[in-house]
Design a protein around this ligand. Structure first.
Ligand SMILES: NC(=O)C1=CN([C@@H]2O[C@H](COP(=O)(O)OP(=O)(O)OC[C@H]3O[C@@H](n4cnc5c(N)ncnc54)[C@H](OP(=O)(O)O)[C@@H]3O)[C@@H](O)[C@H]2O)C=CC1
Ligand SMILES: Cc1cn([C@H]2C[C@H](O)[C@@H](COP(=O)(O)OP(=O)(O)O[C@H]3O[C@@H](C)C(=O)[C@@H](O)[C@H]3O)O2)c(=O)[nH]c1=O
Ligand SMILES: [Mg+2]
Length: 297
């Protein structure tokens, strides 16, 4: 199977490039300059030339705070660009797997969000991703929109790498303990995306199409995530970094973030039989790998 993925250096695309070969999947990363999501014509021509079995729409404008002052670019990439990728998939008659986010929700629900819950983004990034979901669904029925959350990996920029980097020079870090969600490894996402792509290619069942939630097992706060990261650091190196648990009000940011980011993954489990590993086990794996590779960059 031949998979096209949008983006070149992102966490999910890098993870797919690493995981593809062992699963006998050829992964082709298409990104700037030949595929620029802000330029729909470049999307069409780059994708048509690659003749894929399925398309993974992983690239996005992901700078949550910066998006508040760059809404036009965020929407151009996350709405119009995502729609152009899905249209190209539809024109080729192949499925598109589109990555979306917990930030499409307001975060005021008491329980984990299910796929049919009303959306209500509280940030420009969340609104642009929600608009992208709608464009993807309108472009082709042959889609799976996978909403994930709190993505980390050995690649790119993410909270886990930020914590390890800050922890090199500071003994105490202040981290919010009133936003709940589930950290999700991009490597685990890559395995799931490959499994979803295979099923979509082989099986026209409408039950495999639509919106699905895809996160690691379990839940916690950003402070819990930081504790797990520094637990791994201490075990491997002896270095201790303390996490001071603070509130969102103590950590002002340009963008608002949902207090409840938890996503129920039951639909993905019942439709596809896919369940990701518990977040703390996957976190430990990525921490160990980064420490073995040398100082945080
Ligand atoms: N990161 C997270 O915590 C979460 C991410 N998601 C979603 O999952 C998906 C994957 O995220 P992740 O891998 O973390 O993303 P990253 O932030 O790691 O990478 C973003 C990717 O998008 C590419 N990109 C950005 N702008 C453009 C553009 N104009 N044209 C082409 N490519 C562009 C980047 O290109 P380049 O390679 O050239 O740098 C990069 O490959 C995204 O859709 C995101 O919205 C959902 C929930 C959480
Ligand atoms: C660095 C840092 C962050 N924080 C807080 C800010 C924020 O509430 C939380 C996480 O910080 P981040 O900047 O990683 O958060 P953010 O960039 O909002 O992460 C989001 O990215 C997008 C792309 C998504 O789709 C979401 O699922 C989510 O992963 O931790 C601290 O409390 N202390 C710190 O030292
Ligand atoms: Mg961020």
């Amino acid at each position: 199977m031949r998979l096209i993925v949008t983006g070149k250096q992102g966490q999910v695309v890098s993870s797919l490039l690493e995981r593809g070969p062992a699963a006998s999947v050829e992964v082709i990363a298409l990104g700037r300059p030949e595929l620029d999501l802000a330029d729909a014509a470049s999307v069409r021509s780059a994708i048509a030339a690659a003749a894929p079995d399925a398309i993974v729409s992983a690239a996005a404008y992901t700078a949550v705070d910066k998006a508040e002052c760059e809404p036009d670019l965020a929407f151009a990439v996350n709405e119009t660009g995502a729609g152009a990728v899905a249209e190209a998939a539809g024109a080729l008659g192949v499925p598109v797997i589109h990555l979306s986010t917990d930030y499409v929700f307001a975060g005021d629900k008491a329980d984990p969000y299910v796929e049919t819950d009303p959306t209500g983004p509280v940030s420009v990034y969340g609104a642009s991703k929600l608009a992208g979901e709608k464009k993807v669904a309108a472009a082709t029925d042959n889609h799976a929109i996978l909403r994930t959350a709190w993505v980390y990996s050995p690649f790119g920029a993410n909270f886990l790498k930020t914590m390890l980097r800050l922890g090199e020079s500071r003994d105490v870090l202040r981290v919010v303990a009133d936003q709940r969600g589930t950290p999700t490894s991009a490597l685990d996402i890559a395995d799931a995306v490959i499994a979803v792509a295979r099923r979509l290619k082989a099986d026209p069942d409408p039950a495999l199409r639509g919106v699905f939630h895809l996160t690691g097992g379990g839940e916690g706060t950003w402070a819990d995530f930081a504790d797990a990261i520094f637990g791994g650091l201490k075990e491997k190196t002896g270095r201790e970094v303390k996490v001071e648990r603070i509130t969102t009000a103590d950590y002002p940011t340009p963008a608002r973030r949902p207090a409840n980011s938890r996503l129920s993954t039951k639909k993905l489990q019942s439709s596809y039989g896919i369940v990701l590993a518990d977040w703390d086990a996957s976190t430990r794996g990525v921490v160990d790998r980064l420490l073995a590779a040398g100082p945080a960059t």
